[in-house]
Design a protein around this ligand. Structure first.
Ligand code: URP
Ligand code: ZN
Ligand code: ZN
Length: 488
């Protein structure tokens, strides 16, 4: 007997830095040995012909979150865990979302309680700050940030969620002091408001006008502003769901200037376009998300950004609303684009779509796939090396991937609770045949063995990427006797 609880033998181990043949031995939920020729453990998985990947980490997904309009996501922590696991994802970073007037400590407690009761994979949270009162800034956030909540999310749009530039600076200052990272939804609210009013006034209310109401320049402007504000305070920033060439150029320019500016794009922006919003019978509502789907040239640009390192991760931005009166059709069967809640389901298909459309087509290689779906996000959010790696000492979160399995997506084959998939009709090559969370086999051959509450909150460390640069803007340095250090 080898003494391992579990072995995964005979596969090709893929990490963000390369591919090797080898067996993985697991004891007490942790990888304890990697070598060729390991003796089988109590449970043994034959991975011959398969890829052995670190379990995926989805760094941007909305689970059991109440929207500012009072609508609940269609997934709870259990259904979201099941969907994620079916697609190879073993850790999620959803949100604890403050609404105005709420205590952030209470909000975090409430979301933690939901996850403790129902999550069946591991998790942590970004904290959404919509109401940065003095108490929130000075009393509530500091202990949470010291306790491992290392990301603060700011919306620059959505009337009931957005913070203004002054509030943004206030929250950035708190983040900087505690080594937290700012993550942001960056679109210019007033440009969207102006375009929306014009469209509605002129009777242009079908779902396809959702894309027109969110001008591409509204994204570029807000991304630019968010980066400038972060540079001013010297705090690292992650730009969520980049969708346009112009916004990506803003990110690139900042990165080339040596700033700690990170970005992601999401699965839907790689394969869908604004044409999908014009599907007949109001079905375009299923494709309303913000920022909206763009055009073919943006799709190509997003692929370029993944391949060349502009994006550190690919997220799902899973924000599921059923296509019924509880969600997309809450305002009736024929809603205006303004009445359709924003968001698409995508937790399960994030890794399969990227594998099929990215690795299989040669747009990215296997190590890049691992970096984008797991390792890169673990490093950025301080989960590494417990998560995001196949190495001795890391949690045994593993996806055993069949690179040749073929599936055609349909609404009823996905496992979330939304009732439809925006990727229905797409044929995917490559799928995880076995998924392991801390040494437990949670999915095998399409069947799950998952218990609500078996997921755990992951540990998060201060990440190097989230540390301030320590670079003071010339006009702010001490020689002018007015340095940001003096403000600390
Ligand atoms: O449309 C989207 N993305 N909905 C979810 C909330 C957000 O903006 O990320
Ligand atoms: Zn967003
Ligand atoms: Zn989102």
């Amino acid at each position: 007997m080898s003494g391992f609880d579990l072995t995964v033998r005979g596969g090709t181990i893929v990490t963000a830095s390369g591919e090797t043949a080898g067996d993985v031995g697991v004891k007490d939920g942790v990888i304890t040995q990697i070598a060729e020729g390991l003796e089988p453990g109590a449970e043994d998985i034959d991975a011959a012909g398969k890829l052995v990947l670190p379990g995926g980490i989805d760094g941007h997904c909305h689970i059991e979150q109440l929207s500012s309009f009072g609508l609940m996501n269609s997934d709870d922590f259990f259904t979201a865990s099941v969907a994620a696991a079916h697609g190879g994802t073993t850790t999620v970073v959803p949100f604890a979302a403050q609404h105005r007037g709420q205590s952030i400590s209470d909000v975090v407690k409430a979301y933690r309680a939901l996850a403790e009761e129902k999550a069946a994979i591991d998790y942590h949270f970004h904290i959404i700050v919509t109401d940065p009162t003095e108490d929130v800034l000075t009393k509530e956030l500091p202990p949470l940030l010291e306790d491992g909540f290392r990301t603060l999310k700011l919306f620059l749009t959505y009337d009931l969620m957005k913070v203004d530039d002054y509030q943004t600076l206030q929250v950035m200052e708190v983040a900087r002091k505690h080594g937290a990272l700012i993550v942001t939804h960056a679109e210019n609210n007033e440009m969207i408001r102006w375009a929306t009013e014009k469209l509605v006034k002129n009777g242009h209310t079908e779902p396809k006008f959702h894309a027109v109401s969110h001008p591409r320049l509204a994204e570029a402007e807000a991304v630019h502003r968010a980066i400038i504000l972060a540079r001013f305070i010297d705090v690292p920033i992650m730009i969520f769901h980049v969708t346009t060439r112009e916004a990506m150029d803003e990110v690139r320019r900042a990165q080339e200037a040596g700033l700690k500016v990170y970005a992601e794009t999401c699965t839907q922006y790689l394969v869908l376009t604004s044409d999908d919003l014009d599907r007949p019978g109001g079905e375009g509502a299923k494709f309303c998300c913000s920022p909206p789907l763009r055009d073919d040239t943006d799709v190509e640009a997003m692929w370029q950004g993944l391949a060349d390192g502009t994006f550190v991760t690919l997220s799902s931005d899973h924000a599921p609303y059923a296509y019924d009166e509880t969600g997309k059709l809450n305002a009736g069967d024929n809603p205006t684009f303004k009445q359709i809640p924003n968001g698409l389901p995508g937790l399960e298909l994030r890794m399969p779509v990227l594998f099929s459309e990215g690795v299989k087509t040669g747009r990215i290689n296997l190590p890049k796939f691992v970096e984008l779906t797991s390792t890169g996000i673990a490093r950025l959010y301080g989960l590494y090396p417990q998560k995001g790696e196949i190495a001795v000492g890391s949690d045994a979160d593993i996806a055993v991937w069949d690179p040749d399995a073929e599936k055609t997506i349909s609404d009823d084959m996905v496992h979330d609770n939304t009732g439809y998939s925006p990727f229905t009709g797409h044929t995917i090559t490559g799928w995880p045949e076995c998924v392991i969370s801390r040494g437990r086999i949670i999915v095998r051959d399409g069947k799950t063995d998952m218990a609500p509450g078996s997921g755990k909150i992951a540990k998060r460390e201060l990440s190097d990427q989230a540390k301030p640069l320590g670079r003071i803007e010339p006009e702010m340095d001490e020689t002018k006797n007015f340095g940001i250090r003096l403000l600390d």
